[in-house]
Design a protein. Structure first.
Length: 213
């Protein structure tokens, strides 16, 4: 009986982590699509329409980045067990991996569609910035979750971290593209990701508690 109870206690947290990760990934897919639509709308209003190949590659990049980072953060929130430092480490390690994977998929998609990708020397710099950004966001979200803060506080946390990152990007990489599009990517995405992770982990934990009861 003791062995069975112990196995159940180990299995339940793992199932919660998996559920949180999967829900975070799916919500991240929708968030990536939303970000791409917003960026495309800005481009249309500016009278600059991207090529179809570029549009497809950019969409793949945003969806892959968003789904990966939201899944990683959601899993980290569930696995951290209240340890804010652990949630931060998950973001610090996971965000650069997700960022570089998304960049690789973007490059592969361009090459698959017959267009050469422009060489970039800032991929590792961008990965480092994302690591710090989502380490802070992950730690802040867990701190809020421990205090039963609602979705508004999570959105505020995402906005705070996003604004700081946006300011850093503008200062460090002044020629990094259109400022409005960068604002959507650097500010709106952390807000959406914070809300997605909050929704995914809250729902999974409630579901897990219901099954445990």
């Amino acid at each position: 009986m003791t062995s069975t109870a112990t196995d159940a206690n180990v299995t339940r947290p793992r199932s919660v982590i998996v559920r949180s990760m999967l829900r975070g990934a799916w919500l991240g897919v929708f968030l990536g699509l939303l970000i791409e639509v917003m960026v495309l709308l800005v481009q249309v209003l500016q009278g600059v329409l991207p090529e179809t190949v570029t549009l497809v590659a950019d969409t793949v990049q945003k969806i892959s980045w968003s789904s990966l980072i939201c899944a990683i953060l959601a899993a980290g929130q569930s696995a951290a067990r209240g340890k804010i430092s652990s949630a931060g480490v998950v973001g610090l390690v996971g965000a650069p991996i997700a960022f570089l994977l998304a960049r690789s998929l973007h490059k592969a998609m361009l090459e698959l569609l017959g267009k050469e990708s422009a060489p970039t020397a800032i991929a590792w710099l961008g990965a480092g910035i994302k690591g710090i950004e989502y380490a802070l966001l992950g730690a802040l979200m867990l701190w809020l979750a421990d205090r039963d803060a609602g979705w508004k506080w999570h959105a505020f946390a995402g906005a705070l971290v996003g604004l700081a990152t946006y300011a850093l990007v503008l200062w460090w990489l002044p020629a990094g593209g259109d400022a409005v599009q960068r604002a959507i990517i650097e500010i709106v995405h952390p807000i959406g990701c914070a809300l997605a992770v909050h929704a995914a982990t809250t729902f999974s934990h409630h579901l897990g508690s219901g099954k445990d009861a």
